[in-house]
Write a protein that binds this ligand. Structure first.
Ligand SMILES: C[S@@+](CC[C@H](N)C(=O)[O-])C[C@H]1O[C@@H](n2cnc3c(N)ncnc32)[C@H](O)[C@@H]1O
Length: 228
């Protein structure tokens, strides 16, 4: 086997990233309360959250501010986050503890593997992919998350009627998202009446990357699809 050639193409590079003392302590101390261990076995989500409630998954939540805000605003729903960047997970845990949140959990692992191995079929009511890494260079486009196999994987873990929301500040990636989802009409229906973009959801707390894009003068493209 050629290990280099067979290495999977990942949508991220794990940056060493400095952790603040607070993030590091939060990760260690709050892991038992909020952390989801990676194992190649299906998760019992009702057990994980201690109840059965509508469930949102946010993939690549960054520093977790958006996810924590959602969990605080909708205590009747449960929120699962997946993020490979350790300091971001620590930051989410700090926010969760400071706001005494009981309806949020997070995994620090590749979302592709968590979805494939740990999330049961038809278990999610909503999936969010907000400002995923755009991988600007053409030779890196293969690393982009939003491609047909990943969208099919997401669809398989969603309940019928569930909503898949995406946003990006990179127009060319927005067009790719639209094209991929347009190729999945057996799985998803575009919620945009014109069949393209949605207005920016007013209730969305701007994410860190959304704010950064705004500073750079980027536009924002929002998309939303209903699972068939
Ligand atoms: C551009 S950032 C956006 C973060 C956040 N959503 C925001 O808007 O501020 C993309 C994030 O996705 C994470 N990410 C990329 N691929 C991932 C994967 N396969 N599994 C989990 N996290 C991933 C990266 O670590 C990074 O934090």
């Amino acid at each position: 086997m050629n290990e280099l050639r067979d290495r999977p193409i990942r949508s991220f590079v794990v940056r060493a990233g400095r952790m603040t003392a607070g993030q590091s302590r939060a990760l260690e101390e709050l892991w038992p309360r909020y952390g989801v261990e990676y194992t190649a076995e299906a998760l019992a989500l009702d057990e994980l959250f201690g109840r059965s409630a509508p469930r949102t998954l946010e993939i690549g939540f960054g520093n977790g501010e958006h996810l924590a805000a959602l969990a605080g605003a909708y205590p009747e729903r449960d929120y699962l986050g997946i993020e490979v960047h350790r300091p971001g997970v620590g930051h989410l845990f700090m926010l969760a503890a400071a706001n005494n949140l009981t309806n949020v959990r997070a995994s620090q692992h590749d979302a592709v593997e968590v979805l494939r191995e740990q999330l049961p079929l038809e278990s999610l009511d909503e999936v969010l992919v907000l400002f995923p890494d755009p991988w600007h260079k053409k030779r890196h486009h293969k690393r982009r998350l939003i491609q047909p196999p990943f969208v099919e994987l997401i669809a398989s873990r969603m309940k019928g009627g569930g909503v898949f929301r995406l946003a990006t500040d990179w127009e060319e990636y927005a067009l790719q998202m639209l094209e991929v989802l347009r190729g999945s009409t057996h799985l998803f229906t575009n919620l945009s009446p014109a069949g393209d973009w949605m207005p920016r959801p007013e209730e969305r707390a701007p994410t860190r990357f959304e704010k950064r894009g705004a500073r750079l003068g980027h536009g924002v493209w929002d998309l939303a699809f209903r699972r068939a």
